[in-house]
Design a protein around this ligand. Structure first.
Ligand code: FAD
Length: 476
């Protein structure tokens, strides 16, 4: 077998789809056998409990979809380079291709993989696919990267996103399939413990489900998206974030569908496009300034007196949905039960933690990374630093969300709070009760318990935060 008719190993990562998949499309188009592979490389991507659980569901759905098309998904665990070397050896593959990642740890690992294979006569290539544009391709007039969203949005709008690719029309199977590990042996649901069956009810993994959800959103919701998207009790947003996170849906497909809706006169379409570009902006920032993932993007925040103690009682109560502030607790409980949290609720919960409780955004970001099934490193970090005030183009620190005012405005009849907070209600909603079935027994909470009293009154918390802010950043 020469290199030109040998199999291509396609290494899937956060790109679990076949439609509009540039790398997989190119591999199939060669007419060579293609071996789809997923490597569980925990040295590089150590996932929190809920994202790991969701990845397990995504892998099962993707493997089933590949099988339906006459292909398969080979699973291996361990450091990527060694796993790929073994697979090349076993299959006689002459190429290893994949879709690019953009965080520095992934880039370093992938560079090592590419260098090793290319210097050993194996064609190693990476492709775009996770974003509308590669993060280095959208630049300011001086060639730098954007630090403010609005000009970034304008720059994106001036570029051509390019057409979406169809699913490959044919797959050539290898002469034999290499051995695969069983997904069940990876126990992807173990870390979420007894929340697993509850979380499962709120997930619809896979590309087929993602495309159906996109259809539903464009058909039913996009027209009212602009007006309704801030009301957490309404089913008004696309709920596509977990699919984007695992690459089950191509952003290019969503972009073109929303563009069509906009041309047809849909009032909310432009707003939806703007949200897709917020995701794009998060990756642009992460690629160009990786410090956004774990350090204050604005260094002047390094001396701000945030608590960084994970045992801080305020932090523990926040994680457990026990702050005594209903809007915040509803948000935290929604996340624990569904793996999602409405965007407005994310902003309120994050603001409360970083401002009223003066707890470091990194602790909040890490708890979200543990609990969100749509966890995304770039959007999570950008979202937290935006709310905290330490990020690029961030909300100013003195803008402290008042959770009560926010509730009055965005949850006027209390439907969202009632959906998630059981205590004190004669007939609590089933969703509110699910929280108590999902949480660890060790938390010792029950729906019959008394609803907690806040550790600090809202006004006192706000004043304390603003006082700390004026001390750290005295007016000049
Ligand atoms: P829609 O309103 O339907 O928006 C469509 C898509 O646009 C989303 O699926 C998402 O991919 C993207 N998008 C929307 N808003 C944002 C935003 N503010 N930033 C980046 N992309 C956006 N999003 C994640 O996907 N993963 C995270 O881990 C995450 N953590 C966050 C943490 C905080 C503190 C905050 C404030 C926001 C965070 N977001 C995160 C962004 C946002 O809350 C979610 O993307 C959104 O709620 C997902 O719901 P949806 O799919 O219905 O969004």
């Amino acid at each position: 077998m020469t290199n030109s008719d040998s199999p291509i190993i396609f290494w899937f990562r956060r790109d679990l789809r076949i439609t509009d998949h540039p790398g997989f499309h190119a591999a199939c188009a060669t007419g060579r056998p293609v071996i789809p592979v997923f490597l569980h490389d925990e040295g590089v991507e150590r996932l929190g409990a809920a994202p790991k659980f969701r990845l397990g569901l995504g892998l099962a759905a993707f493997a089933a979809e590949l099988e339906r098309l006459g292909s398969a998904l080979i699973l291996r665990r361990g450091p990527a380079l060694q796993s790929l070397q073994a697979l090349v050896e076993e299959t006689g593959a002459g190429a290893v291709w994949w879709t690019r990642g953009y965080d520095s740890v992934t880039i370093d690992r992938d560079t090592g993989v590419k260098t090793w294979f290319n210097s050993n006569d194996i064609d190693a290539r990476s492709f775009p696919g996770h974003l509308l544009f590669e993060p280095w391709k959208v630049t300011t007039v001086t060639g730098g990267y954007y630090k403010v969203y609005s000009p970034f949005w304008r720059a994106v709008c001036q570029r051509d996103v390019g057409p979406a690719l169809p699913a490959p029309s044919r797959f050539v199977k290898p002469a034999f399939w290499p051995e695969t590990e069983a997904l069940s042996s990876w126990q992807m649901d173990a870390p979420v413990n007894r929340a697993a069956p509850i979380l499962r009810r709120h997930q619809s993994p896979g590309e087929v489900a993602a495309l159906a959800k996109l259809d539903r959103f464009i058909g039913d919701r996009i027209g009212s998206y602009k007006n309704n998207r801030d009301f957490p009790a309404l089913d008004a947003t696309s709920e596509l974030s977990d699919h984007f996170s695992l690459g089950e849906l191509s952003p290019r497909i969503a972009w073109h569908r929303a563009q069509e809706a906009m041309r047809a006169g849909s009032a909310g379409a432009e707003h939806f496009l703007k949200e897709l570009v917020w995701r794009e902006f998060a990756y642009h920032l992460m690629f160009n300034s990786p410090r956004i993932l774990d350090r204050n993007w604005r260094e002047e925040w390094d001396n701000f007196p945030w608590s960084e103690d994970p045992e801080n009682p305020g932090f523990v109560r926040w994680c457990r949905g026990q702050t005594g502030v209903p809007m915040v607790d509803a948000a935290m409980r929604e996340m624990y039960v569904t793996g999602r949290m409405h965007n407005r609720a994310r902003m309120i919960a994050a603001s409360y933690l970083t401002k009223h409780l003066m707890i470091h955004w990194k602790l909040g970001m890490d708890w979200f990374a543990e609990c969100l099934t749509d966890w995304d490193p770039a959007s999570n970090a950008m979202g937290w630093q935006w709310v905290a005030g330490s990020g690029p183009d961030a909300a100013p620190y003195f803008r402290v969300f008042n959770p009560e005012t926010q509730a009055a405005k965005f949850d006027p009849d209390g439907a969202y709070v009632n959906r998630w907070v059981a205590e004190g209600q004669a007939r609590p909603a089933a969703t509110a009760l699910e929280f108590f079935d999902a949480i660890p027994r060790g938390w010792g909470l029950s729906p019959e318990g008394t609803y907690p009293i806040p550790g600090i009154a809202l006004d006192a918390g706000r004043k304390r935060a603003l006082a700390a802010y004026s001390t750290a950043f005295p007016p000049r």
